[in-house]
Design a binder for this molecule. Sequence first.
Ligand SMILES: *Cc1c(COP(=O)(O)O)cnc(C)c1O
Length: 438
Amino acid sequence: MHPDRSEALFERACAVTPGGVNSPVRAFRAVGGTPRFIRSASGAWLTDVDGREYVDLVGSWGPMLLGHAHPEVMAAVRDALTRGTSYGAPTEAEVDLAEEIVDRTPVERVRFVSSGTEATMSAIRLARGFTGRDVIVKFAGCYHGHVDALLAQAGSGLTTLAVPGTPGVPETATALTRVLPYNDREAVSALFADEGDRIACLITEAAPGNMGVVPPDPGFNQFLAQTCAASGALFVSDEVMTGFRASRTGQWGLDGALEGWVPDLMTFGKVMGGGFPAAAFGGRADIMSMLSPEGPVYQAGTLSGNPIATTAGLATLRLATDDVYSHLTSVGDRIRAAATAALSAAGVPHVVQAAGTMFSVFFTDGPVRDFAGAQRQDTAAFAAFFHAMLDSGVYLPPSAYEAWFVSAAHDERAVQVVLDALPVAAQAAASAREGTHV
Ligand SMILES: *Cc1c(COP(=O)(O)O)cnc(C)c1O
């Protein structure tokens, strides 16, 4: 079916909004075609404005752990709405949600904000304020929101000096940022040997999901935590994507609890907002007590801890039981196995990688350990695969560099639609492979 209404809306949108979208990856630029405008969503399903239904493997880019419009979350939100939408004064729901997060994770104190970007930005300010140091370290391919200092790319040659990753970020904003290849212990050790006493913090995705899913090598996070501790730098584990998603406790629960390390600061978002704008940063009590009004490091937000968002987040986390995570694991296992089988049968080079319940498919040979590896993908093959899946009623992330998200609502019927779509899409990818002219 032709997406007539989506096309008409996209034309209107492009006239009033840059690229027609309010966040770039929604625009389908990486895969071509017109983004689908969504009218409604329920459970595992999206319905677009042309009336077509899709099994959703984006889940709003992570938040919809329970599926769309979960009846109990909706009831809690409806109930909260009857009491007003924002007070600019503290509420009980904020305390409940903070307790739930402190309960599930190693953080001792937590502060709410409205987006993951704000969470990482504030965590870095706090790390600098606490340590009295300036330099921050990140990994290429890890995304921490659109914070100026974190929109940095590795400089040329062997240097780790960062250059701005986008116009509008002055060199002074990234001058104190160092960018290293992911999973590269030697690069980390060399930088800390060189500049360790200037480093305020190292920030990493607990398991990168923003270049596709690239799990940390066993012991890598532990190594980072130890390296930071040895030089008095803080270890900031960004769990905006992995938190309450990779497992009940996030990626920390998969690595840290076993390996015996604890991040100094953590950031959360996505799942903890239950589909509303809510995020958080938290960590050691002595560090968090540096934060205003207890301490001197300033941080604030008009809608921080918003009662509707905290209600949705709290309802979501309370419903995110062990059963939910076993369901995500089994659904993910089936989709991963079917993707591997279909792409292998079609002769398309690929590798499926996972971190907890998160996974993604790379259109490249062999394991991907870092951003350079992820960039070896055949993006033309992915684009063909994406559109074939979409035509079969499966909504994948419109980029080869993204995790695929399942939910508690992905039932037998939804999974079957995905399994049926994969062989056809794999053939489309085979036909589109760069260098093959079919
Ligand atoms: C999504 C994401 C962010 C940014 O969160 P926003 O709410 O989009 O600002 C930060 N870090 C990670 C790991 C993310 O996945």
